[in-house]
Design a protein around this ligand. Structure first.
Ligand code: NAD
Length: 488
């Protein structure tokens, strides 16, 4: 077992073995809370990928024929192992990503839920039949796996996002190559070890660490028929266009700018608590983070005052320590990018109500930005348009729900949107008119559970079938239609 007790050179995981990459390029993986180097990750070559694809292609020949209940049983074993190692996995997430331990613990749960859903493969893979489409002729649909699936994942959910992909992909009979974020590669390696312990045959799940070259290798490889991607918008668009141009099935989940509308009849304390969590939890590095609050009518002054009061109380530091709410952002460069957005907001004329730039000095190590709140933000501003992906919250003031919905709908992203109100009429209008895929009412982070699709659209998603839910089953399978004439 690989442990993270000292700095180490990571390997790829191919055919159930740790395999040294052929690259001479390694990138340091710091703990974002301290700057301490945890490991070095190989920036693997396309040759490394070629070898993994050949292994996964070979493994597919037997894995696709392994009876579905047998595949499913391995996932049941895996679920048990993830539960057993819950604390260890959560600590690993905090160590490499920086989110606090409680959030990391919750992330492990979201991963486990995906495994539990995928373990239902015998039911999920069922086809459908008609015994008599004509005299003595029957017809039916049978569901099959596709082949070697490529999965490319971001840094912000090192466990949950890979678990959106590989459990369902392998449960439905595919083999899998994961290219984890080079910024959070450690947890993925542990997931691989536990899969072997659960009884997964060698070659079914493989990891090739790296960056652009491995991604391009996946997108161009003729033996990879489908690619699941989660990451930022420009890369998602590139992955989708390149993959589909090469004849692949691609789902690419992208960036976000989620609006939360607060009406005057909202439960103020609930709204404040949930918005603080949604805007500043995981240091704002969630695709479902609340990055814009749209305050309607006379709710604005009190809401703004309470948000500033509560954000002043947030504890900032190493997420491994008890009682810490706000951990670091992922890298020094991401901190610099965030600080430059705060400068931009000031230049654009937004009112800086809470300045998180100096909440924690960098001299202590780690890449910290405190909760930052801008008021009087307008849609001409870059801080409204762009995904900042950090603890920076914008407040927009409008007079009516109509105006609030129209505002949110102008965003080029459409991942999530929330509404705080007691009015059934307003909830219905919001549901019908808002242009976003995942809606929350009186809660802050409306991320669907594994058995529903993660259903962003516009520039938040490229593809046809989303991750998770029945969409996930459809994405990782294809159907054969059989029409048969019988003498009886
Ligand atoms: P990223 O786009 O930088 O990286 C994602 C993956 O793409 C990584 O594995 C990376 O190695 C690879 N990559 C990066 N640049 C590339 C390039 N030019 N060519 C080829 N491959 C490249 O994203 P990130 O910073 O790791 O993650 C944060 C982003 O992910 C945010 O935009 C967030 O909103 C988004 N995200 C979206 C969802 C969703 O469900 N819509 C979920 C989680 C994260």
């Amino acid at each position: 077992m690989q442990t993270v007790t000292e700095k180490k050179m990571l390997s790829n995981f191919v055919n159930g073995q740790w395999v040294k990459s052929k690259t001479d390029r390694y990138e340091e993986v710091p703990n974002p809370a301290t700057g301490e180097i945890l490991a070095e990750v190989p920036i693997s070559t396309t040759e490394d990928l070629e070898e993994a694809v050949a292994v996964a292609k070979e493994a597919f020949k037997t894995w696709k024929k392994t009876p579905v209940p047998q595949r499913s049983r391995i996932l049941f074993n895996y679920q048990q192992l993830l539960v057993k190692h819950w604390d260890e996995l959560a600590k690993l997430i905090t160590l490499e990503n920086g989110k606090n331990y409680t959030e990391a613990y919750g992330e492990v749960l979201r991963g486990i839920e995906c495994v539990e859903f995928a373990a239902g493969a015998p039911t999920l893979m069922m086809g459908y039949q008609l015994p008599d489409i004509a005299s003595n002729i029957e017809s039916g649909a049978y569901r099959y796996p596709i082949g070697v699936i490529g999965g490319i994942t971001p840094f912000n959910f090192p466990m949950m996002v890979p678990c959106w992909m590989f459990p369902m992909a392998i449960a439905t009979g595919n083999t899998f190559i994961l290219k984890p974020s080079e910024r959070t590669p450690l947890l993925a390696n542990r997931l691989a070890e536990l899969l072997t312990e659960a009884g997964l045959p060698d070659g079914v799940f493989n990891i090739v660490h790296g960056a652009h070259d491995v991604v391009n290798g996946i997108l161009n490889h003729p033996d990879i028929p489908a690619v699941s991607f989660v990451g930022s918008q420009p890369v998602a668009e590139y992955v989708y266009k390149t993959g589909t141009a090469n004849g692949k099935r691609v789902q690419a989940l992208a960036g976000a700018k989620n609006h939360t509308i607060v009406l005057p009849d909202a439960n103020m304390e609930l709204a404040v608590k949930d918005i603080i969590n949604a805007a500043f939890g995981s240091a704002g590095e969630r695709c479902m983070a609340c990055s814009v609050v749209v305050a309607v009518g006379d709710v604005a002054d009190t809401l703004v005052e309470r948000l500033v009061e509560e954000s002043d109380k947030l504890t900032i530091g190493n997420g491994m320590e008890e009682g810490i709410f706000l951990g670091p952002v992922i890298r020094d460069a991401h901190k610099d990018r965030t600080l430059s957005y705060i400068e931009t907001g000031l230049e654009e004329g937004a009112k800086l109500l809470r300045d998180g730039r100096n909440d924690k000095s960098s001299s202590e190590g780690g890449y910290f930005v405190g909760p930052t709140i801008f008021d009087n933000v307008t849609k001409e501003m870059k801080i409204w348009k762009d995904e900042i992906f950090a603890p920076v919250l914008s407040i927009v003031r409008v007079s009516t729900l109509d105006e609030a919905i129209a505002y949110a709908n102008e965003s080029e992203f459409a991942n999530g949107a929330c509404l705080f109100t007691d009015s059934a009429k307003a909830i219905r209008q919001f549901r019908e008119e808002i242009d976003a895929g995942m809606l929350g009412v009186n809660l802050g982070v409306p991320a669907p559970m594994a058995f529903f699709p993660f259903s962003g659209y516009k520039k938040s998603f490229y593809g046809d079938l989303h991750a998770n839910g029945r969409d996930g089953v459809e994405f990782y399978t294809r159907k054969k239609m059989l029409t048969a004439r019988h003498s009886y």
